[in-house]
Design a protein around this ligand. Structure first.
Ligand SMILES: Cc1cc2nc3c(=O)[nH]c(=O)nc-3n(C[C@H](O)[C@H](O)[C@H](O)COP(=O)(O)OP(=O)(O)OC[C@H]3O[C@@H](n4cnc5c(N)ncnc54)[C@H](O)[C@@H]3O)c2cc1C
Length: 318
């Protein structure tokens, strides 16, 4: 027995989910937004690169997003972890922790991803403060400082190409993984020192959010002020798997993202949409807002199309 029925249920009230809810609220859709905790950028003090809000604390952005939704009475935002989902287009059943079940005609998975921290002491503590994943988010703040890049395979030259523009005091770390002769030669020509040893620990002042250096297993220590690294990712929720949505592995981003139609954000399961980091390898606040807006608009269009089709079918039949 379902407790309530909605036009749309949105799983995750991060940037993507809140932006989608705004589109649905403005379309008078009965929408439930459920949120189960912190967004991915919670470890960072400030969020950068977002139009009109450059440098805002991550929590403040979400508060503003939730405040915008207060103008739309058909939208309900609630804390609650979604633990399961089943059903088909037009009739989904969503289970919440605590035992409640709600129904939805359309579903949005905007539950984000988890960055899986490597087993290197000091890494998790420095994540989002002295270790960054994205040059657009926190590169400007460390411009011209002593930097390091940790990467492997095709990411080696990709990351060096990007981060060298921020600082020429740059070293490349491979943490024991193989590097091709071609890339080795390119780094030499570009004047980027290469350290291939395994990393033993990251040093810094976790409380102050500062990174001071990298220590290798052979004992060598390197003084650095910031490290750029992209640990592997997994989906934060298991809903896509539960519903049978196709998930693809993107090697460059070491990420498992839900396959979506790039225009509508609909997944391979009709009526289930995915937006934000969960459904895109290019992950940032502006791209989460963009894909959330697309998802919200096309969920509304799908709902409107279903209504019109039903009305036409009923009138033709009678
Ligand atoms: C350390 C760090 C710093 C970053 N800094 C920047 C920056 O400065 N600028 C920038 O553009 N990008 C930045 N990013 C990237 C940015 O955080 C993401 O691209 C963005 O948060 C994606 O938004 P989202 O809505 O898809 O996911 P999220 O923001 O991760 O939100 C997903 C939400 O879904 C909720 N959720 C998950 N599972 C469930 C469930 N089962 N039930 C209910 N709710 C659930 C989560 O609790 C979370 O609140 C940073 C990333 C990291 C890791």
């Amino acid at each position: 027995m379902m407790d309530k029925y909605y036009d749309a249920v949105i799983v995750g009230a991060g940037t993507a989910g809140l932006q989608a809810a705004l589109m649905l609220g403005r379309s008078r859709r009965r929408t439930l937004v459920l949120d189960g905790g912190a967004p991915r950028n919670a470890p960072a003090e400030h969020a950068h690169g977002l139009f009109t809000r450059d440098g805002a604390p991550p929590g403040e952005l979400l508060q503003l997003g939730k405040r915008d939704l207060e103008a739309y009475p058909s939208v309900e935002v609630r804390e609650g972890l979604v633990t399961g989902a089943s059903g088909a287009d037009g009739d989904f059943e969503v289970a919440l922790d605590g035992g409640e079940t709600v129904g939805a005609r359309k579903l949005l998975i905007s539950s984000g991803v988890v960055d899986v921290m490597p087993d290197v002491p000091g890494f998790a503590e420095a994540w989002g403060r002295g270790i960054h994943h994205c040059p657009y988010c926190h590169g400007w703040e460390v411009r011209d400082r002593p930097l390091a890049v940790l990467a492997d395979g095709p990411m080696i030259m990709h990351r060096v190409t990007l981060i060298r523009n921020l600082s020429r005091d740059l070293v490349m770390l491979t943490d024991g993984s193989e590097i091709s002769d071609e890339d080795r030669e390119k780094l030499e020509i570009l004047g980027v020192p290469l350290h291939e040893q395994k990393i033993s620990r990251i040093e810094g002042d976790a409380e102050a959010g500062r990174l001071t250096g990298i220590v290798f297993e052979d004992g060598e220590a390197l003084a650095r002020e910031a490290l750029f690294a992209n640990p592997p990712q997994r989906q934060r929720s298991e809903l896509a798997e539960m519903l049978g949505c196709e998930i693809e592995y993107v090697e460059m981003a070491k990420s498992y993202v839900i396959s979506t139609n790039p225009m509508t954000q609909e997944t391979t399961v009709k009526g289930v949409f995915a937006a934000g980091d969960a459904g895109r390898p290019m992950q940032s606040l502006p791209t989460a807002a963009y894909s959330g807006a697309n998802a919200g608009a096309f969920m509304n269009y799908a709902l409107a199309s279903d209504d019109v089709a039903l009305e036409l079918a009923t009138s033709i039949a009678s």
